[in-house]
Design a protein around this ligand. Structure first.
Ligand SMILES: [Ca+2]
Ligand SMILES: [Ca+2]
Length: 108
């Protein structure tokens, strides 16, 4: 039974419009997958492992002003079996908090 879960949050300009989007990935460390680049680099070396992404959500800022207000794909973020405005609100709140942390932790 899995006891550890991971959320990976990336702030990245995915569509190359000079404004960053937030990519939120849910990962399951109990389902590692081999990294093909690492496994072919040295056949004597055990294959490096990456963690399987189970679900990913992209969040955007419609005005490119750092206010994240668009969830690009439907998802059930609160686990109630439905994808609706409650999930969107949860993801937008999370994305906004993450965006603040990225700004706060960014080296000056
Ligand atoms: Ca962008
Ligand atoms: Ca839901």
């Amino acid at each position: 039974m899995t006891s550890t879960y991971q959320l990976l949050v990336q702030l990245e300009d995915i569509d190359s419009d000079t404004h960053p989007e937030l990519l939120i990935e849910y990962r399951d460390p109990e389902q590692p997958t081999a990294d093909p680049e690492e496994s072919t680099a040295d056949p004597e070396k055990p294959a490096a492992k990456t963690t399987e992404t189970v679900h990913a959500v992209l969040v955007r800022s419609s005005k490119n002003d750092g206010i994240y207000d668009i969830v690009a794909n439907n998802t059930d973020a609160n686990g109630d079996g439905k994808s609706n405005d409650d999930d969107k609100r949860l993801l937008l709140d999370f994305a906004q908090a993450a965006a603040h942390l990225f700004r706060a932790f960014k080296p000056q």
